[in-house]
Design a protein around this ligand. Sequence first.
Ligand SMILES: Cc1ncc(COP(=O)(O)O)c(C=O)c1O
Length: 348
Amino acid sequence: MKNQRTVDLRSDTVTLPTMAMRQAMFKAPVGDDVYGEDPTVNQLEALAAERLGKEAALLVPSGTMANLVCLLAHCDRGDEAIMGNKAHTFLFEAGSSAAVGGIHPSTVPNQPDGTLDLAAIEAAIRDPQNDHYPRSRLICLENTHNRCGGAVLTPAYMAQVRRLADRHGLAIHLDGARIFNAAAALNVEVSVLAQGADSVVFCLSKGLAAPAGSLVCGSAEFVRKARRQRKMLGGGMRQAGILAAAGIVALETMAERLSEDHVNARRLAHGLEQVPGILFDPDQVQTNIIIFELTAGAVSPVEFVEGLSTLGVKLGAIGGRRLRAVTHCDVGQEDIDYALYAIQQVLR
Ligand SMILES: Cc1ncc(COP(=O)(O)O)c(C=O)c1O
């Protein structure tokens, strides 16, 4: 393979808006969304609510703000939110719920399949009669689970957590940044995966390839509260229909092709399995995220990433000897084959 190409596998957030999105953005009717007067935002919010099977939805700038708005709407200061120790909300959102909302995180270990053990959740719930404790309010789940290698939570698991939450009067928040990947992997409607959750967020700017934006979905009353939190955080945008127009195209055209990314991820996984110097179980790959490890004798992760980058292949070191590759719509089958070739070169 002589012709070098650029293959960016660092994240599905690097996806570029499609031509159809750019055209829709150009033509979008817009208004002041903080007054509720942007017709394109209203259309996107209605579409998102319908897809997720919820009463209402709210457009916010990012997934991080979507999660924060939800946690703030569910919890008061000093309340406790139970979440996985590998949850995006715990690891990668700058401690926002604690810093901004005074919300106390209580972590439960994530299992390799992205779930939280039900008994461990139950053990983390506080006795509400004991004034020494913070008040348990919320259980946070993530589907697909980023740091658990894109693992998918099933409707059966969601139903179990729902029953547990109901027994204790807790709410459930679902970080569904990649919930459309989960739906594609399980071949179910996304609303089936959202069913057990009181609030669900999903991102337009990951595998769905829109330039920005995330949706908060829930009951009309919940979204009303979330709207107030969005205002407080400075996330109320004005002629946001420019962004929403791309989001509508993303929902209408990009969700249905996510399984192609999953096929490419499996192609990469099966190729990696053959490469000496890589420790990896390809059966763990369920969606578009692949986490693998370099064996002790191989190059360091920094050398690996640098070596690959000189060959035009980008992926991320995520701590220890682990690396992460993410497939998306701007990476085709030939790009995967080139990435495998480059990886073999670096590990030779
Ligand atoms: C699971 C998960 N939740 C939330 C986010 C945050 O999204 P954003 O980067 O739009 O703030 C990410 C981003 O990668 C994510 O992977």
